[in-house]
Design a protein around this ligand. Structure first.
Ligand code: NAD
Length: 456
């Protein structure tokens, strides 16, 4: 039984039964049968169902957003954005999957026509994180279903109700019931699920869990995508437009209480703008409203995971002990019930501190002063992770030269954190393997078939 806590109050508000092994057996068999039929359906039929899903999701936007807020603490205004973002991703896949899947003649040799087509994998597993319960799920289920797969979806134990709701809306939209099934439970349920002979695994979560999953499915040669954690850096050059830079970074560091895989968690400031940057940055951070996530003007809600408070405390204390100091007083908030953490900005940090090396996943950032672009590049690359990186400068060529040397899946000049369905989303090093979104994020759900045909 999963006890679902509202992180804003710390109280259990619902209990949900975990999926048991006999249910998993049943679900897996049904998913296999349903997929065999589904893969023969027309593109138009799949398109109609997913279009209707998008419309229904938007009709239920406030209900879904409210559920996100209650389950994982994201401020309601940001949860509404998540639903819009989910609809945008689904629409992108609707617009592009058909063209991608069309079989094409790629050549002709000695009169033999050479044609490429694609087959779906079969039953794919999606194991997901809690920080964007709808948006992350949509990067998997939309392309998976549109390309003819069935999906066994294991949402995080923190947000099973959003996972159940997602299925409800898909079924209301006409999706045959066994094509998308929600599995409720924690990591042990996910491990049991992975024992089934599934045809693909799409995982979003931490590096540590990613390693366990990779170990479980090793030697099975099934397609996998790992979207893992980050420790994303930003570098502010001395010529940056400070007002715009700080606007962007406030969002990049503190949106969703810093619980975004691509949150900026390390900040390198050129020494020539260091003092001026901090002066403006201080007042912007101090003005961020922390509190009841249902209120319109709240920017920082509670943390989604209670246990992360002690981890952030350890990181903060480790840094303070080693010589860092705070720009303003952060840390666990004692003023409210629930899992609130005040924005923490640590100065005088260095790479011997956990705050500059290990993913924090909270409203906390370490700042360092640098003397040159070379020093910034060296520090930005001094990480086990490689999800995103950004540079702020008015000299775009300089920004591009710096970023060309950075080992990350996505890089930005004068912005950070965000993503577009047009481009692949994926990490390097401990941040993952493979891509979601974009045409590459469709290709992950199909396997190629090469045809050699006589001339017709
Ligand atoms: P997590 O790794 O704790 O859990 C993720 C999922 O894995 C959950 O559904 C969980 O139940 C399941 N799980 C746990 N143990 C398992 C096991 N042994 N075998 C199989 N499944 C298991 O991560 P989280 O706390 O839910 O999410 C936060 C992490 O996700 C952060 O590291 C964040 O950066 C990352 N994330 C990455 C992206 C991305 O696109 N790269 C997006 C969102 C979150």
């Amino acid at each position: 039984m999963l006890k679902i806590k509202n992180p804003a109050t710390g109280e259990v508000f619902e209990e949900v039964e975990s999926t048991c092994i006999s249910d998993l057996n049943f679900m897996f068999e049904n998913a296999q049968k349903a997929q065999k039929k589904w893969k023969t359906t027309s593109f138009q039929e799949r398109k109609d169902i997913l279009s209707s899903f998008k419309a229904n999701l938007l009709t239920k936007k406030s209900e879904c957003a409210r559920l996100i807020t209650i389950e994982m603490g994201k401020p309601y205004t940001q949860a509404l954005h998540e639903i819009d973002e989910t609809a945008r991703r689904v629409q992108w896949f609707l617009d592009h999957f058909e063209n991608f899947l069309e079989s094409r003649v790629l050549g002709e040799t000695k009169g033999i026509k050479e044609i490429l087509s694609w087959d779906p994998h079969g039953v794919v597993v999606s194991i997901s994180a809690w920080n964007f319960p709808y948006a992350i799920a949509s990067s998997v289920f939309a392309p998976a279903l549109l390309t003819g797969n069935s999906v066994l979806y294991k949402p995080s134990e923190i947000c099973p109700l959003s996972g159940i709701k997602l299925r409800e809306i898909l079924l209301e939209s006409g999706l045959p019931k066994d094509l998308f099934q929600t599995i409720v439970g924690d990591g042990s349920v996910a491990q049991t699920l992975l024992e089934f002979p599934v045809d693909g695994v799409f995982f979003t979560g931490s590096y540590e869990t990613g390693k366990k999953i990779a170990n479980t499915i090793k030697n099975r040669f099934i397609p996998t995508v790992f979207e893992l954690g980050g420790k994303d850096p930003a570098y502010v050059c001395e010529d940056a437009n400070l007002e715009k830079t700080i606007d962007s970074l406030i969002h990049g560091i503190f949106y969703n209480a810093g619980q975004v895989c691509s949150s900026v968690e390390r900040l390198y400031l050129h020494e020539k703008i260091y003092e001026r940057f901090l002066e403006f940055f201080y007042s912007r951070v101090a003005s961020l409203k922390l509190g009841d996530p249902m209120l319109q003007d709240t920017y920082i809600g509670p943390l989604g995971r209670e246990g992360n408070i002690s981890f952030l405390n350890q990181q903060r204390e480790n840094a303070l002990k080693k010589g860092a100091y705070e720009l303003l007083s952060g840390g666990a908030s004692k003023d409210e019930p629930g899992f609130f953490y005040k924005p923490s900005v640590l100065l005088n940090t260095d790479h011997s501190m956990s705050i500059m090396k290990e993913e924090s996943f909270g409203p906390i950032v370490g700042i360092m002063k640098v003397k040159s672009d070379l020093e910034a590049v060296t520090l930005m690359n001094d990480s086990d992770y490689g999800l995103t990186a950004s540079v702020f400068t008015e000299d775009f060529d300089r920004g591009k030269i710096i970023l060309a040397h950075i080992e990350s899946g996505s890089v930005y000049v004068n912005s950070c954190t965000h993503l577009s369905p047009n481009l692949p989303w994926g990490g390097r090093k401990h941040s993952g393997l493979g891509s979601t979104l974009s045409l590459l994020g469709i290709e992950e759900f199909v396997k190629p078939k090469s045809w050699y045909l006589p001339p017709s």
